[in-house]
Design a protein around this ligand. Structure first.
Ligand code: AMP
Length: 420
């Protein structure tokens, strides 16, 4: 061990576990690629004001959890706590929304940073794959988002998750609901900070996880009863499209989520095997965000799926992903001439797409065979001077233990065939 450790609330992704994370990222990306989403990558840091305006001054993310720093040039930057504000900023900056093809559909994969209280499933550095469809208002687009995430989780074999769905209304109906909710909340027995929240963003109080708060919320006015006709019809269409696609969801009147920019459709994927940090992914419609950060009106919808928690969900369900072997063939040379010849074969096999490793460091036979077995390879290639003189290498099947000579010039084709 060195003097240093990974910072509190973070962990290193190391092999072999890292392969699972990569596979999850790929599974999240697959439905996006099939639906016309293009890859986007933005810096890990942005002007701090992008998040305070875009994510919202009243959110925990902005008030407590952002990593803010000042550059030598005096600019105040923040490590990104989420991907949507940056993505919309980049879309606006590049003028993608003016190219005439709305919605602009993009996806990203990257780390996010939040100064949260660390616990299992909650880290200060974590990975999200996200999707955003910018510039269209269409219930089918909201449904598309939820269907893609559902397909991604299903493709990983996950079963024990639920989809929670709600509508938060829009600028027509939300203000009256907000007022009604505020009136209700002001009558409750709440701490100072929560009282302040009632005035800034009362919907977030509904999201309070504390039992003593939740207890008092029975009887709170519900958005459902305040939705305007347009929002009601929109939500009904989203629900119908999901049902037609065979996606099972639950209506959840209390689902508001922690970011200020959501309007209308909001949803969360929660997993039963994760304890308190149960949300594996979530998102919704954010029709006002573009204007909040100085852009034109661009109604949009998106989600972010958490890779770290999804890996925990796979563990909770006992799912082992079908991962390709890191090493298929392991070469063990005995002597200098064999080292040269086998290293040549190793390069050739790799160029043919066979994952191949080599006994580096001049290991003896016994040690090298141990490494071959540990590598997980199916075959060992072994050659000494006598083999080379006969123009062969020994191919050992590490599963069955069977071993036999194969001509040097035939071994690449032979191994490819046996591995197919
Ligand atoms: P949010 O951006 O808060 O809507 O989060 C979207 C998803 O990212 C969540 O459902 C989690 O799976 C994941 N996530 C959010 N915060 C954390 C965190 N601190 N640690 C690990 N995963 C997180």
């Amino acid at each position: 061990m060195s003097t240093f450790q990974a910072p509190k609330g973070t962990y290193d992704l190391i092999p072999p576990q890292s392969a699972v994370h990569l596979k999850v990222r790929e599974a999240f990306a697959a439905p996006l690629k099939a639906a016309g989403y293009g890859y986007i990558e933005t810096p890990a840091f942005e002007d701090v004001a992008l998040f305070s305006r875009g994510v919202g001054e009243s959110t925990d993310i902005v008030t407590k959890e952002m990593y803010v720093f000042e550059t030598k040039g005096g600019t105040r930057l923040a490590l990104r706590p989420e991907g949507t504000a940056s993505t919309v900023r980049a879309v606006l900056e590049a003028g993608l929304h003016k190219a005439g093809n709305l919605p602009v559909k993009v996806w990203y994969s990257g780390s996010q940073y939040r100064y949260e209280r660390p616990q299992k499933g909650r880290y200060r550095h974590f990975w999200q794959v996200g999707a955003e469809a910018v510039g269209a208002e269409d219930p089918a687009l909201d449904a598309e988002m939820i269907i893609m995430a559902d397909d991604a989780y299903k493709s990983l074999g996950l079963r024990q998750y639920r989809i929670l769905l709600n509508s938060l209304g829009d600028k027509e109906c939300r203000p009256a609901y907000r007022t009604a909710l505020q009136e209700f909340l002001r009558g409750l027995d709440l701490d100072e900070e929560t009282r302040r929240r009632i005035e800034i963003n009362p919907l977030r109080v509904l999201d309070d996880k504390r039992a003593e708060v939740q207890k008092q919320l029975t009887g709170a006015p519900l958005m459902r009863d305040h939705l305007c006709e347009a929002c009601k019809a929109y939500h009904e269409q989203v629900r119908e499209l999901l049902t037609a696609a065979g996606v099972a969801f639950e209506d959840d009147d209390r689902l508001v989520r922690g970011l200020d920019y959501y309007t209308r459709t909001t949803f969360e994927f929660v997993h039963g095997g994760l304890g308190s940090q149960s949300a594996v992914g979530g998102g919704g419609r954010y029709d006002g965000l573009s204007e909040m950060i100085g852009g034109p009106a661009l109604p949009s919808v998106g989600w972010a799926l958490g890779v770290d928690r999804t890996v925990l969900a796979l563990e909770a369900e006992g799912i082992e992903l079908d991962l390709p072997a890191a090493t298929q063939v392991y070469a063990v040379p005995l002597g200098d001439e064999a080292r040269r010849r086998l290293f040549g074969l190793v390069t050739e096999l790799r160029r043919e797409g066979v994952a191949t490793d080599f006994a580096f460091g001049g290991k003896g036979m016994k040690n090298a065979m141990k490494s071959a077995n540990r590598s997980g390879a199916r075959f060992a290639l072994i050659a000494g001077e006598r083999d080379l003189a006969e123009g062969v290498v020994q191919v050992k099947d590490l599963e069955s233990g069977e071993q036999g000579p194969v001509a040097l010039d035939a071994v690449v084709a032979e191994l490819r065939a046996r591995l197919a």
